[in-house]
Design a protein around this ligand. Structure first.
Ligand code: CA
Ligand code: CA
Length: 512
């Protein structure tokens, strides 16, 4: 009899445990569609196009310029934060369910969504969930001692080391009254939210639902790594799984791209929640390769990175890019249109969803501080309708003054180069969806293969200041006889047939 009871208890425990595991798995990786095939244009709204003459870029300005965005060939836009905020950049939000008055109204936003969709362009919103503004009503109530809202934030206790540094190595604990200290990862005026509080998690989900109901197509998740700080990395990933499962239950093809600025190994588990993560490390490698003229094992390194991702989630979608609003502009770092074209071909030929930072396509320059890498977009060489003026232009004026106006007319311009290459990518299934196969010819070129259903593309980019030659034999042995894009000259050296590629030019070959 006793044995039977034990057996019963054991069965019960096993049952509870396996049901638990089942739910756990459900929670971890909900089935989802692979969301590749996008090329995304990142817009810092304040700097883009001013529709009403106050000098500040706005939502109607974006709507007005959808024709331009479409002319680039991209099929999605990511808007930097558009919520009410006391700062110019908007990453300190005071109301998550409204539009910054400087950018327009909710109606303007709805109109933008509709017009973008009519043009086949998806809209991705910047989502800033790690912290609010210190001017957010939640934090103001918390400071006044409201218990509910106090628990929305993170406060010190008697054991807290007030000299502790935050996840980005800055002073973490701040105070307004000299007694109560709150945690802020990035800045004293951006207090971190307390994700141990269920009510906070619920608020954040409701905010996401609010925007999904408006018709947006995706989220770019700001500071995704910092939700729970360092030691609680696993909790952070688990929270994003919870969030992702929730938003996918509302819109199953919502696209989520996370800002996880860390090593490949640290990024990889985030693919169990996000569709994509920005590939910050790869961006540096590409720029470095073009800058130094050495691609040292670039394609095997990319493959290694993808293997790390794949081990965590099979259908990961990379998000390659060159720079964004937090990094010095690529034209300032490469300092030549030809080099910029080479870097563009490399990242626009990689798997995943490439992200283009507004102004990159016309070669705008800019070094930190941040304001100077977010300068008004240059529609005109001098000025004209819609030009934003919220700050003085410093890097793209006078002698170096790139503009849409001029580059539109020049078929060899960087702008038309981007347009042409993006169209090529999105019209080619292999370039859109193919896997990467390392194919490292030599360190003087960046080269790799994309493969999709047996069809292959070999991309070879000359990253040198001089002509380089490639043995035709080596390529045809691997099935590549036909150049489908880019140009090379046929030359014979010592009796050997070769392709000669000019400085910073490229060729793409097909195996069919
Ligand atoms: Ca305006
Ligand atoms: Ca945090």
């Amino acid at each position: 009899m006793k044995r039977r009871i034990w057996l019963f208890i054991l069965t019960l425990i096993t049952l509870i445990f396996s049901v638990g595991c089942f739910f756990d798995k459900e929670q971890t990786i909900a089935p989802r569609k692979k969301q590749d095939g996008l090329v995304v244009y990142q817009i810092f709204v304040r700097s883009f196009y001013d529709s009403d003459g106050d000098g500040i870029g706005d939502l109607n300005g974006v709507t007005k310029k959808l024709d331009y965005i479409k002319s680039l060939g991209v099929n999605a836009i990511w808007l930097n934060p558009i919520y009410p905020s006391p700062s110019y950049h908007g990453y300190d939000v005071t109301d998550y369910k409204d539009i910054n008055k400087e950018f327009g109204t909710m109606q303007d936003f709805e109109n933008l969504i509709n017009k973008a969709h009519e043009n086949g362009i998806k809209v991705i919103l910047d989502f800033v969930p790690n912290h609010t503004s210190s001017k957010h009503p939640w934090f103001e109530k918390a400071l006044k001692g409201d218990r509910k809202y106090k628990n929305y934030y993170i406060w010190s206790n008697k054991d807290t080391n007030l000299k502790e540094l935050s996840g980005i190595g800055q002073k973490a604990w701040h105070t307004k009254d000299g007694q109560n200290y709150y945690y802020a990862t990035f800045w004293s005026e951006m207090p971190d939210l307390n994700y141990d509080n269920k009510k906070v998690r619920k608020e954040i989900k409701e905010i996401a639902k609010f925007w999904l109901d408006k018709g947006i197509d995706g989220f770019r998740i700001d500071a995704a790594l910092h939700v729970y700080e360092g030691k609680r990395y696993k909790d952070t990933v688990a929270w994003w799984q919870e969030f992702a499962n929730y938003v996918r239950s509302i819109k199953n093809d919502v696209y989520i791209v996370g800002e996880v600025w860390d090593s490949e190994g640290k990024i990889a588990p985030f693919f169990t929640a996000f569709d994509s993560c920005f590939n910050f490390n790869l961006a540096e490698k590409i720029i470095e390769a073009v800058n130094t003229g050495f691609s040292t094992k670039l394609s095997p390194r990319i493959k290694n990175c993808y293997d790390t991702y794949k081990a965590e989630y099979k259908d990961y979608v990379d998000a390659p890019f060159l720079t964004n609003h937090d990094i010095d502009r690529v034209m300032s770092r490469l300092d030549s249109v030809e080099k910029n074209k080479a870097a563009a071909v490399i990242y626009l030929s990689l798997p995943g969803n490439p992200f283009i930072y507004y102004g990159e396509e016309i070669g705008m320059k800019g070094y930190k501080p941040d304001e100077e890498i977010r300068e008004p977009f240059k529609w005109y060489r001098v000025s004209g309708e819609g030009q934003t003026k919220w700050e003085m232009i410093k890097h793209n004026v006078g002698e170096y003054s790139p503009s849409v106006e001029e580059q539109d007319k020049d078929e060899n311009s960087l702008l038309n180069f981007y347009r042409d290459f993006i169209k090529f990518r999105l019209n080619d299934e292999v370039m859109k969806h193919g896997d990467i196969v390392p194919f490292d010819i030599n360190p003087l070129v960046a080269s790799f293969i994309r493969e999709y259903n047996g069809e292959k593309r070999l991309i070879i980019v000359n990253i040198r200041e001089e002509n380089i030659t490639i043995d035709k034999d080596l390529l045809s042995k691997n099935g590549f006889e036909k150049i489908i894009k880019g140009k090379a000259e046929d030359v014979v050296e010592n009796g050997i047939q070769k392709y000669q590629i000019k400085p910073y030019e490229y060729i793409i070959l097909s195996n069919k």
